[in-house]
Every structure is written in C-alpha cells, then in structure tokens.
Design a protein around this ligand. Structure first.
Ligand code: GLN
Length: 547
C-alpha cells in the first residue's frame, strides 16, 4: 500500500515535563507554515480509558474537543499552535486500546486465537494511528511517558513496526531529551541523552532527530559529541533552548534548522516557512504597553497545569490589548466574608473557573458577591457562572437558601440542578440523568450552539448572535427560577436555540459581569484571542485605569 501521509513520532527521554507536547505542537506549527496539512495525536500509556475521571491535581486540565472527547491537555497545545481539527481519534490511552481489543475478543472476533500484546495490542495501536491520517500530509504522534517506563513499551513496539509497514521514507523518529548544565562542573552534560538513546535503540528505534532541552545554546563540540554517541547526524542535534514564552518555541526550532531537517529526511518538497505571524506575535508580547492583575479564585491553585487553557486564554486576552496579564491564584477555601476584600484588593478582574466538588464553594460565592458589589469585572466559567447565579438568588432575589443541588440536595431553592431529562440538539435524542448515573458518561460534553441576546456584554464581545462553545458539566440553570431572577435584574444573554438550556448570565449596571456555562478557554488562540477573554481583560484594564 502506498502512503501519501508521512508520520513523525515523538518520544521523550530522561525525565518528564520536558515539554514534549509543546514541542510537538510547535513542530506542527512549523510544518503548517510551510503549507503542509498536519494533525497531531497523543498516545497515553495510562490505563484510564480517558482522562475525564482523573484528578486535575494529578493530571492537570482535562481538555475537551468539539465532539466532546475528554482528552489530555496536550491537545490544547496542538489546537492553540495549529489549525488541526481534533476529536476523539486524536487521543488514545492504553485503557482505550485494551478496551477495544477486549471488546473484540468478547465478540469472538479473534476466532479462538490467543490474544496477545504483540500482535493484537500493537496492531490496534497502529490502526488507531492510521485513523487520523486520512487526507493529511503529516501526522505527528506524541508518545506519552518517558523512555524506560514499562507502560509505554507496547506503543514503542507499535511505532517501531510502523516504519516497516509504511516505508522508511514515510516515518521519522524525534527524541526529546535533557542536556543539563551542571554548575559545579561548569559544563553541560550529554550522558543522560546518551543513555536515553541507548534505551530507545535497545527496543529497535534509532532516532533521526534529537531535540535537546537545555538552558543554553549547545556548542558545535557538544553537538558533535552527541552525534557520535547517539548515531544521529550533527545537524539533526537540535537545541531546544528554554524560552520566556511558549509561543517562541516554533521560532527557536526554526532557527536551529529543525523544520528543514524534517522535510529533508521525509523527502518532502515545500515552500519556505512563513513565520511572519509568529514573529509579530512574539515581538508584540515581549513589549506589552501595560499590565493587569487577574485573580483566579479556584480549587486547583497549586498546580498551574490544572488551568492550562484558562491561563493561556487570559494571556491571549491580554495580547489583544497589548497588555501583560499577571495571574494571582487564590484558593477559595481561604476566602471568608471578613477577608474577601483584603484578599482580592489587588485584583483588577476576578475569574472563578470551572470545578467539581463542594470544597471552597462558599468562598467562590463570596467572591462573586464581592465582584458584584464592588464593581470589579467578573468572569465566571461553568461553576463560576453557577456560583454567580446562586449569589444573585441569595442576595438580590431574596432566596437565602439558594444553592446548587450538587452541593445541597435538600435546598428549597435549587437554582442550579440536575436536569433529569432534556432534548439534546446535538445527538437529537432525549438525554436522561440522575444522581445515580455513571460519573463518566452523564456530562454535557463538547460543542453546543448558543443564541446571544443583543445589547449585552456577550453580544458586545462576540459581535454575533449565533455561536458554538464547548461544555463539560452535569448541572444546569434551573428554569423554574428564570422569571423570578430575571425580574430582579439577572440577564440571560445566551441560551440554547430552543431556550431550554441557559448558557450565559450577566448583571446590569456593572463594568463587566458575565458567567457562561461553557468553557470558552478551549477555543482561544494566541493569534485569535477568544472574544470573552478579550472583553474581560479590556474591562479589567479600564477598571485599573479608573481605579
Ligand atoms: N460541577 C459543576 C457541574 O457539573 C460545574 C462543572 C464545571 O465547572 N466544569 O455542573
């Protein structure tokens, strides 16, 4: 079978957190800038079927695609750096692979054969890689984990076989390693890289390109040493130098000759890369004209990875106003009526992000109250919208016991509740859920249409009446309280086209106060900041200037 598509496999060595996801995304951006179509895929070695049920403290953010797949956060990098359209086919885990092999086995599809890691699991992995290749010039596949982990072995074996299956000229292996500077020796050390490559070669993979993560440019001597010991040509030893801002990575790689080397090895003829837009972006964000401080009042504030897309979307909102965004993470469990003003006094804008579980919920409600009363721009995302509605019901609409039934099942005023039955426009089916439903399967997930009311903050931001945004939540605004809350001044500025599902709420006589049931942060791009984040940052900036 002849292959039009070329495949790049990216593995990581030495230790985790070297930025394999970012490197993959940046390579995607560079290849797109040469006029190639790319897609990216992440293969994760853990047993969870998807990251949807994983704790953000351990795993970081769960990224959501339009089709409602709950995926690894690296897919967020891929979408922010490239135009690739990602869906559930772009993220596979060991759990998902085994699940489909075991399902086939139960159906008797192996005709009595013994089902084994090689060839059945590896064949399934290879099948999943090919799923995304249709009509695409380059598929970039990132293998999660670090070389040497037991869990990633089947994936490595599958990608080893892949080159023989689709032809040598169609496959490229890139290995990301660490070249640390050791202060006491006064030099960078290549030994960890040598060992990592040795380990990779012991399972049959000879990397074609090494991306060496380091804090300084590698000298010619060091590159030639790595080249000799790792059997990689010298011009394929690329310095992946630390950068101040992630959006510089494509430019740094390009300067090191990475995209040239990739197209040379894969025998692709392309135009020269067009990186003007990236250069302009980096130039601009290095010289901000002003700064603004945004408080993120949430739960997972210790691990920045938990709010990856959110942080980036806030920075993007800043790019639109030539403004540096300083993030101030506040754990909502520390917020009390007595100290809320003091804790949030430095914030020019306040954001309450999505979340699950009751810890710190009262602190979030107090935060919404503080923002409303003190006219500080407020942006509530998902749970952040829900707490703003609860706050409004309690303090403006005279329903002091108002709550979400997620946190208080017996509240007489469940302004946020579990909608047991609703018509799902997307699947065109009636959806049912209750307290006993599976945690994995009952969320409203992925893209849903929303209709926007004119003369609202939302309309001012989107400049459009029909939008689509991504969701990941179980609870909804309770329409039984709609009239009562609207009468008191709550503005429902966005709802599903039939009006059944409330999507955006606002309050009037405020510089900017908006809550949305969806997660706009998943769709923000550095070159195309999300309208709500633009609007929120602009309002926060005005607040700072006037305050
Ligand atoms: N816990 C809330 C719900 O399930 C909010 C979820 C979220 O913020 N993503 O509806």
């Amino acid at each position: 079978m002849a292959y039009d598509t070329k495949f790049i496999f990216i593995t990581g060595g030495v230790l985790s957190s070297l930025g394999k996801g970012l490197a993959s995304a940046a390579i995607g951006a560079l290849l797109e800038s040469r006029g190639l179509s790319v897609t990216l895929q992440k293969l994760d070695p853990y047993i969870n079927v998807d990251p949807g049920t994983m704790n953000p403290f351990q795993h970081g953010e769960v990224f959501v695609t339009d089709d409602g797949a709950e995926t690894d956060l690296d897919l967020g990098h891929y979408e922010r750096f490239t135009n690739a359209k990602l869906d559930q086919g772009n993220n596979f885990t060991t759990g998902k692979i085994y699940h489909s092999v075991i399902t086939k086995e139960r159906r008797g599809e192996y005709l009595g054969g013994t089902v084994q890691v090689i060839p059945h699991i590896t064949d399934e992995i290879k099948r999943c890689i090919k799923v995304v290749a249709n009509g695409i010039d380059i598929v970039i596949v990132e293998i999660g984990g670090t070389i040497g982990d037991i869990e990633s072995l089947p994936f490595l074996e599958a990608i080893r076989q892949f080159r023989a299956d689709v032809g040598k000229e169609n496959v490229l292996y890139i290995h990301l390693t660490l070249v640390p500077f050791i202060a006491t020796a006064g030099e960078v050390k290549t030994k960890p890289t040598q060992h990592s490559v040795k380990e990779l070669r012991s399972i049959g993979i000879q990397p074609d390109i090494l991306l060496c993560r380091t804090d300084r440019y590698l000298s010619k001597d060091i590159k030639s040493k790595i080249s000799l010991f790792c059997n990689v040509s010298e011009d394929a030893v690329i310095t992946a130098k630390d950068v101040d801002c992630i959006y510089e990575v494509p430019l740094v790689f390009n300067k090191e000759g990475l995209d040239n080397k990739i197209v040379e090895i894969l025998h692709i003829w392309t135009r020269a890369p067009r990186l003007e837009a990236w250069e302009a972006l980096v130039e601009k964000l290095k010289k901000p004209e002003c700064s603004v401080t945004i408080a993120i009042v949430g739960k997972y504030t210790d691990l920045k990875e938990s709010y990856k897309s959110l942080n980036e979307a806030l920075y993007h909102g800043g790019f639109a106003s030539n403004c540096k965004v300083n993030l101030m993470f506040v754990d909502s469990k520390n917020i009390l009526a007595e100290n809320v003003g003091q804790i949030l006094s430095d914030a020019d804008g306040i954001l309450v992000p999505g979340g699950f579980g009751s810890r710190g919920i009262e602190g979030k409600i107090l935060t919404a109250k503080y923002a409303r009363e003190n006219k500080v721009p407020y942006f509530g995302i998902c749970l952040g919208m829900q707490v703003a509605v609860i706050e409004f019901a309690r303090n403006i609409a005279g329903l002091p016991d108002a709550h979400s039934s997620e946190f208080d099942e017996t509240t007489p005023h469940p302004v946020i509740y579990l909608m047991n039955e609703w018509y799902d426009n997307k699947t065109q089916t009636v959806q049912k859920r209750d307290e006993t439903s599976d945690k994995g399967g009952t969320m409203r997930l992925g893209a849903y249409p929303c209709h926007i009311k004119k003369k609202t903050f939302a309309h001012e931001a989107y400049k459009n009446e029909d939008i689509s945004e991504r969701h990941r939540h179980r609870y909804e605004f309770n329409n039984a309280f709609k009239d009562q809350l609207e009468e008191k001044g709550l503005v429902i500025s966005g709802a599903s086209p039939g009006g059944e599902l409330v999507e955006i709420t606002e309050i009037k006589d405020h510089p900017w106060f908006l809550g949305c049931q969806f997660h706009p942060e998943f769709k923000s791009r550095p070159m195309d900041p999300h309208p709500l984040f633009r609007g929120f940052i602009k309002a926060s900036l005005n607040q700072k200037k006037s305050g």
